[in-house]
Design a protein around this ligand. Structure first.
Ligand code: PEP
Ligand code: MG
Length: 591
C-alpha cells in the first residue's frame, strides 16, 4: 500500500480500479492488449486518427504558407508525406492485426522504432527528423487519446482515470456511469478541469506529479478528494476505514441538504444570496433543491467544448431555454463565451499561443469573431423573453471593450426588432471583474454597467501572476492575499456608490476561510458550484457581519500574504469550530 499526495479538488471518497489515459510520450504508452474480435474496431480508430492528423496538417500547412512562407511551410509537407508512407503505416496496422495490441501502442512503437533508427544514422539530415517523428506521433496519439476518452465502452464500472492532464472538454465528456474519480499529474485547483469535476460532483485529485508513472493499469485505488490523497493497493483495514468514512461523509451531506429550505442569513440577520455556477443546462434543475436562488454564472463556452462543431443560434437558444425552464422562475446570468486560455476549441488547439492566459481569450476572442459573437447574442436575447435573465461579458480589461460588446448587443436587438421577435428590452448587462485593470477602474465601469460579478479565479491569477492551472505555483495561489482583498474592496465600494449589484462567482466563494472575508468586504451575493451551497449556507448561519468585517479589515493590513491566510483560517476556526467539517477524514497520510 502506498499513498500519493496531490491537490484536492472535489470532496468525496471513492474506491475503484485505475485506467491510465496514456501520456502522449512514446516511451510511456502502455502495451494494452485487445481481443481478436476488436481488431477491426482498433484499425478503424487508427485510420480515423491518421485522417484527422492529415486534415490538421493540411490546415497548418495552408496557414504556415501565409504566415511563414513556402519554405518554412514545407515541414508540414514532410509530416503529411510521412503519414501516407506505407513503410510507416503497414507496421502499425500489422501490430494491431497480428500482435493484437491497441492502436496507441502500435503507433508509439512504430514511430519510436523509426525515431531510434533515424537517431543512430550518421547523416544529420536523418537525425534532424527525430523530433519531427516524435511530433507526428504525438499528433496521432492525441487523436487516439481523445477518441479513447470519448469512447468509454472499454472501461469497467468504478473506473478511476489516471492521466498526465485532462482538458475541461475531456472531463465534461466522462461517462459518469463508469468513471468515478480522476487523478492527474498536473493542474491546479481552480483550473477549468477542476471546476468541471466539481460540477459533475466527481472526486478528483490534481497535481499528483507521478501518478501516471506510479499507478498500474487495473490497480485498486482509493481517491480521497477531500485531502488530496490517492492510496494505491489499500489493505483491508484501510478499505474498512474508508467505508466508514464514506458513510459518515454521506450522512454529513444528507444533514446539510436538510438546510436547503432555510434562508442563508447570518447570525445577526443579514441575508446573503447564494447562486449557482453551472456549465451544463441540466445542472440548473438541481439548484433549487440545493438551496440556491438562481444561476450567477452560466459558462456558455461549454457548448463549444462538448462538441466538435460550433453551436448554431438554435443550439445556443435551446440550451438557454432549457436553463430557464429548469430554473422555474429563478434568475439566470449568462456569461458570453469565455474561450481561450485553458478552454480551447478543437479548431484552435493546434495554433498554440505562447501565453494563452494573456492571449486571445474571452471577450477579446468574441470581438474578433463577430459572427460567432452575434450568433450567441441573438440567442441570448431570444431566450430572455422566456424568463428572468442577465448577460455579462468575461475578462473585460477596458471600458472600450465593454462599449463594443454592448453595441453588438444593441445591433442584435435591432435584428430581432426587424424580425419581430420578442426579447427583454431591459435586459441587464454586466461585466466580470477578473483583472486588476478592471478592478481599479471599477468606478468608471460602474457608471455604465448594470452589475459586477467578481471572478476571483482569474483575478487572483492576474493579480499575483500565478497561473491557476500550474501545479508548480499552486502554493502561491492565495485569494486571501491583501492585494486581492484590496481590489475586491475597490470593486464593492464602486458598486455600492452607484447602487449597482455586485457578486462574486469565483471558486473562492465556496471556501470556508474565504467566504467570510468576501462577506466582510461587503459582498452579499455569492455564486458557487451548487454542491458547495449547503455547507456554505451552514457556515453563513453561524457568522456575524461585524466579525467578518473585522477579519477582512485586519487581513488587508498584513504585510505577508501567508500570514494573512493563516490569520483568517485561525479566526474562522475559532468562530465556527466546525467550519472545516467534512473536509478531513481519518485515512493514513502516507504509508
Ligand atoms: C473566474 O475567473 O473567477 C470565473 C468565475 O471565470 P472562470 O473560472 O470561468 O474563468
Ligand atoms: Mg474567469
Amino acid at each position: 500500500m502506498r499513498t500519493l499526495k496531490g491537490i484536492p479538488v472535489t470532496r468525496g471518497l471513492v474506491i475503484g480500479r485505475a485506467a491510465i489515459i496514456e501520456a502522449p510520450e512514446l516511451s510511456r504508452v502502455a502495451k494494452r492488449r485487445i481481443s481478436p474480435s476488436d481488431v477491426e474496431h482498433e484499425l478503424e480508430r487508427l485510420e480515423a486518427a491518421l485522417e484527422k492528423s492529415v486534415e490538421e496538417l493540411n490546415e497548418l500547412h495552408a496557414e504556415a504558407q501565409v504566415e511563414l512562407g513556402t519554405e518554412a511551410a514545407k515541414i508540414f509537407l514532410f509530416h503529411i508525406g510521412a503519414l501516407r508512407d506505407r513503410s510507416l503505416l503497414d507496421p502499425m496496422r500489422k501490430a494491431i492485426a497480428e500482435e493484437h495490441v491497441a492502436a496507441e501502442y502500435a503507433t508509439a512503437k512504430t514511430f519510436g522504432d523509426l525515431a531510434r533508427a533515424f537517431g543512430q544514422r550518421p547523416d544529420t539530415t536523418f537525425r534532424s527528423k527525430v523530433s519531427d517523428l516524435n511530433d507526428l506521433a504525438d499528433r496521432v496519439l492525441r487523436h487516439l487519446g481523445a477518441s479513447k476518452l470519448a469512447d468509454h465502452s472499454h472501461l469497467a464500472e468504478d473506473t478511476v482515470v489516471i492521466a498526465p492532464d485532462l482538458t475541461p472538454s475531456q472531463t465534461a465528456a466522462f461517462d459518469r456511469s463508469k468513471i468515478v474519480a480522476f487523478v492527474t499529474d498536473l493542474g491546479g485547483p481552480t483550473s477549468h478541469t477542476a471546476i468541471v469535476a466539481r460540477a459533475l460532483d466527481l472526486p478528483a485529485v490534481v497535481a499528483c506529479n507521478t501518478a501516471t508513472a506510479e499507478v498500474d493499469e487495473g490497480q485498486t485505488v482509493i481517491v480521497d478528494g477531500q485531502r488530496g490523497l490517492v492510496i494505491l493497493d489499500p489493505d483491508e483495514d484501510t478499505i474498512a476505514r474508508y467505508e466508514r468514512e464514506r458513510e459518515r461523509s454521506d450522512a454529513y451531506r444528507v444533514s446539510l441538504n436538510e438546510l436547503a429550505d432555510l434562508p442563508a442569513v447570518t447570525a445577526d440577520g443579514v441575508d446573503i444570496d447564494l447562486m449557482a455556477n453551472i456549465e451544463f443546462p441540466m445542472e440548473a434543475a438541481a439548484i433549487g433543491h440545493m438551496g440556491g436562488q438562481g444561476v450567477g454564472l452560466y459558462r456558455t463556452e461549454f457548448l463549444f467544448l462538448t462538441s466538435d462543431t460550433e453551436p448554431t443560434e438554435e443550439v445556443h437558444y435551446q440550451a438557454y431555454a432549457e436553463c430557464v425552464k429548469n430554473l422555474d422562475g429563478m434568475p439566470l446570468t449568462i456569461r458570453t463565451v469565455d474561450l481561450g486560455a485553458d478552454k480551447y476549441t478543437q479548431r484552435r488547439k493546434d495554433i498554440p499561443e505562447r501565453n494563452p492566459f494573456l492571449g486571445l481569450r474571452s471577450i477579446r476572442y468574441c470581438l474578433q469573431d463577430l459572427d460567432m459573437f452575434r450568433t450567441q447574442l441573438r440567442a441570448i436575447l431570444r431566450a430572455s423573453a422566456l424568463g428572468p435573465m442577465r448577460v455579462m461579458f468575461p475578462l473585460v480589461t477596458s471600458i472600450t471593450e465593454f462599449r463594443q460588446a454592448k453595441m453588438l448587443l444593441h445591433d442584435a436587438m435591432e435584428d430581432l426588432d426587424d424580425k419581430g421577435l420578442a426579447y427583454d428590452k431591459d435586459i441587464k448587462v454586466g461585466v466580470m471583474i477578473e483583472v486588476p485593470s478592471a478592478a481599479l477602474m471599477a468606478p468608471t465601469f460602474a457608471r455604465e454597467v448594470d452589475f459586477f460579478s467578481i471572478g476571483t479565479n482569474d483575478l487572483v491569477q492576474y493579480t499575483l501572476a500565478v497561473d491557476r492551472t500550474n501545479e508548480r505555483v499552486a502554493h502561491m495561489y492565495n485569494p486571501a492575499h491583501p492585494a486581492v482583498l484590496k481590489l475586491i474592496r475597490t470593486v464593492v465600494r464602486a458598486a455600492d456608490k452607484r447602487g449597482i449589484p455586485v457578486s462574486c462567482c469565483g471558486e473562492a466563494a465556496a471556501e470556508p476561510d474565504i467566504a467570510p472575508l468576501l462577506i466582510g468586504l461587503g459582498l452579499r451575493t455569492l455564486s458557487l458550484t451548487a454542491q458547495g451551497i449547503p455547507p456554505l449556507k451552514r457556515l453563513i448561519r453561524s457568522l456575524d457581519i461585524e466579525h467578518c468585517e473585522r477579519i477582512a479589515a485586519k487581513a488587508m493590513r498584513f504585510d505577508s500574504d501567508s500570514e494573512a491566510a493563516a490569520y483568517v483560517r485561525d479566526q474562522i476556526q475559532r468562530l465556527v469550530p466546525d467550519a472545516f467539517d467534512g473536509r478531513s477524514v481519518d485515512l493514513p497520510e502516507s504509508t
